[in-house]
Design a protein around this ligand. Structure first.
Ligand code: NOJ
Length: 755
């Protein structure tokens, strides 16, 4: 490595322990050739640097010249100290100015230690714990040489059909903004000591609103909806100091986000003051040609760079288009220079000119991955993320004296990490069987049926080989036997713990689906077991809300566990056996049937709400109630907390004062518990019709058995603003309902008036 440092003039100027000064970066920039500059704006995947003969491999496929492979300024998803070192050394050797590369990766909810999926951790309503989880993920990934995480994903989602709901924080913009801050801060906290990661928030903007929940589909939103419900989390990420942003693969109101100057320059850079690096999503620059927004690579390069995209991820567009645009004077070189400068500045901020491997080392890799402390953190977050949906006759917690069996395709299965845990191994994940064995050493266990029995469906998921599918789908006879064995052991038991759910690849990118019910074979297993009239505890492993109306009456308890991560089995067992009291609350509304989607709590009032009168002409479905099966904010605990005396210290207030809200809680149960106290408003009359309810604050509090507690909130006028249809933030005097309580339905209401 020594020799490259010496070759690097800029490095020599300042000495090895110093980062470069701004004027040194400027002089580096001015000494670079146009090709070198363009190279800094190109990101290629690891296969470009791992094959000896590039010309017949990735180069041909992507259509990029070998020269630009040499000059590429960053790469994605190359991890592991040895790998990173090999690629970094080689690239620095061949590049004229020996500029270090940036290593970016999808560290979405953990690197080796996997946390529950983001939809799970928002259900914890515990941003502090999530911040710690991201700090821990950054510690692990930086030890393996990653410098930038393509996270947090903070797209608000109101439609459970969209597979990427798994990566989201759910349907609420306020809650997503709170978590955006905790994730950005967690990732970036230890950057100065090279144990953090640069946060690249995504996908700007409003990718979560794809029509029909269909992946990569168009997004069409009124400006008030966009500003009020979709943009706040990205703004929160900027305010929290995120150093990078990623565009979306979709169009927003007819314009591809990757080439939307209004979005990237006017809003993100100018209005919000973001001065970090903007990267496209995977090939999204080239895809603007397919969208019908650009004619060819040159046009696409012009439109994306002019709009504000600095780095072209995995497409040949900047490599093939920018040079001509500059030499033909169609694009001002200053635009390229600004983009390159931002990339160099990021490299310099990370100290890559002094140490191109950043925080990676074999020692750190050996000592910081999957440590007991990290596992403990993952377990705590998994426990806090799980939502108890039903608990008839206090079926849970279990008592060691009950005779139990464990049934289901997830009973003894380590695939609990979900689709985006791409750097982890399921052998490091605790299965439900392993977790439960700590309490019941010899619990009889049977699979009962497969996760899915439809090979075509599994093939459609696009990840599984023919052989893997064959192994997953048993023959008819085997399946019958599996069922018989499950019934046989269940007959001798008092309690059946039944673990069902979605296959890993059913949720995540490109995992959109129309049927949110459990598959037929799993429902058949529930039906057969329910005939035995035993207590059934249903555990669901899934990446999205499922439509459960058709099975809830057949089971006594339902614990919704998401893809719970490395410590999933232990966390589930701790809850089942009462060592932890479940406190998770839903951050998405659960439909009764799939066709209710999109479904969200903060919808606008209609002129004919369903509860206003009986009869035909109200806003409803004729074959199903319109309300959710389980609302936003819902979740049970062992025991019950009563809410009373919701009060404010005044009725009228002005825009410069605040209102104090109090509510009394009493834990009437025999359990110590944790409660998520939720505060909503409803603006009764406004220039733009407002949601029936909107979350503005919450508190997660512990209550000992029998304890009473008074909770205080302060409301200021800044929490009562809304956006009009030109995107302007407005504050209007008038009356607001203040709504507080739990479980979406048991809510207390009072009113205040802003003068
Ligand atoms: C495409 C996805 O949309 C994005 O979220 C991800 O970060 C990139 N691929 C890189 O893997």
């Amino acid at each position: 490595m020594q020799q490259f440092y010496q070759k690097n003039d800029y490095y020599k100027v300042e000495g090895r322990k110093q980062t470069l000064k701004e004027e040194q970066l400027c002089s580096l920039l001015s000494s670079m050739s146009l090709k070198e500059k363009i190279g800094q704006l190109i990101q290629l995947s690891g296969d470009f640097f791992s094959t000896a003969n590039l010309s017949i491999g990735p180069i041909k496929k992507l259509g990029i010249s070998p020269e630009f492979v040499k000059l590429a300024g960053s790469t994605l998803n190359v991890v592991g100290f040895e790998n990173i070192k090999r690629v970094q050394d080689k690239q620095m050797e061949v590049q004229p100015h020996h500029i270090p590369m940036l290593f970016m990766s999808d560290v979405i909810y953990g690197y080796k230690t996997i946390f529950p999926i983001p939809l799970g951790f928002s259900s914890s309503w515990n941003p502090d714990l999530v911040e710690k989880a991201f700090e821990c993920a950054a510690d692990e990934a930086s030890a393996s040489g990653v410098q930038v995480a393509f996270a947090p994903m903070i797209d608000v989602v109101r439609d459970a059909r969209w597979g990427r709901v798994l990566e989201s924080l759910g349907e609420d913009p306020f809650l997503t903004s709170i978590f955006a801050k905790s994730m950005v801060e967690g990732l970036q906290k230890n950057l100065p000591c090279k144990k953090g990661l640069v946060a690249c928030f995504k996908h700007f903007a409003a990718y979560g609103a794809v029509e029909g929940g269909r992946e990569y589909n168009s997004v069409d939103l009124s400006l008030s909806n966009l500003f009020q419900n979709y943009l706040p989390p990205y703004k929160a990420a900027v305010e929290s100091g995120a150093k990078m942003a990623m565009t979306s693969l979709t169009t927003l109101n007819g314009v591809p986000s990757t080439a939307d100057k209004w979005l990237l320059t006017d809003i993100l850079r100018k209005k919000w003051g973001f001065n970090g690096v903007i990267i496209s999503d995977y090939a999204s620059i080239q895809e603007i040609i397919k969208h019908g927004f650009a004619e060819d690579n040159e046009d696409a390069a012009f439109k994306s760079l002019s709009a504000g995209v600095d780095i072209d991820m995995k497409s040949p567009v900047y490599a093939s288009g920018l040079e001509k645009l500059i030499t033909n004077r169609k694009l001002d070189i200053k635009k390229v220079d600004s983009a390159v400068f931002r990339v160099l500045r990021l490299k310099n901020d990370l100290g890559l000119f002094e140490n191109p491997y950043f925080g990676a080392s074999t020692t750190r890799e050996k000592t910081s991955l999957l440590t007991p402390q990290k596992r403990e953190l993952s377990r705590s977050l998994a426990e806090e993320s799980m939502v108890l949906l039903k608990n008839e006759n206090n079926a849970l917690p279990l008592n060691n004296k009950e005779k139990m069996v464990l049934i289901g395709p997830y009973a003894d299965n380590h695939a609990l990490n979900g689709m985006w845990a791409i750097h982890s191994s399921k052998k490091d994940t605790i299965s439900i069987h392993q977790g439960i064995k700590r309490f019941v050493a010899d619990i009889p266990t049977e699979k009962g049926t497969d996760l899915r029995r439809d090979s075509k469906f599994l093939e459609n998921l696009g990840f599984l080989s023919e052989q893997e599918i064959k192994n997953m789908v048993s023959s008819e006879e085997e399946n019958r036997n599996n069922l018989m064995k499950a019934i046989k052991i269940s007959q001798k038991a008092d309690t059946i713990i039944l673990a069902l759910g979605e296959e890993t690849y059913e949720a995540g990118e490109a995992g959109s689906k129309t049927k949110l019910e459990l598959p037929k074979n799993q429902i058949h297993l529930i039906d057969e077991l329910s005939k035995l009239r035993k207590k059934i505890i249903l555990i669901i492993i899934a990446g999205r809300p499922l439509a459960l109306e058709n099975i809830i009456d057949k089971v006594d308890a339902i614990l919704y566990c998401w893809f719970p991560g490395s410590e999933g089995g232990n966390a589930i067992a701790n809850i089942l056996f009462g060592f932890k009291n479940p406190s998770g609350r839903l951050t998405m509304s659960y439909p009764r049937v799939s066709a209710q989607e999109p479904l969200y709590y903060n919808h606008l009032s209609t002129g004919r709400p369903q509860n206003s009168s009986k009869g035909r002409f109200v806003s409803k479905y004729i074959d199903s109630p319109a309300d959710p099966l389980y609302p936003f904010g819902y979740g049970l605990s062992y025991g019950f907390v009563n809410y009373t005396e919701l009060k404010t210290d005044k009725y009228v207030f002005t825009k410069d004062s605040t209102i104090n809200v109090t509510v009394k809680l009493k834990n009437n149960s025999d359990f110590d518990t944790t409660e998520v106290v939720q505060l909503y408003i409803h603006d009764k009359v406004a220039e733009v019709v407002q949601p029936v309810q909107r979350l503005i604050d919450f508190k997660k509090v512990k209550l000992k058995r029998g304890q009473e507690l008074t909770i205080h909130f302060n409301i200021s006028s800044s929490q009562l603003t809304f956006f009009d249809n030109r995107g302007n933030e407005k504050l209007e005097p008038g009356v607001f309902d203040i709504i507080c309580g739990t479980n979406g339905k048991q809510l207390l209401t009072t009113t205040i008036r802003l003068k």
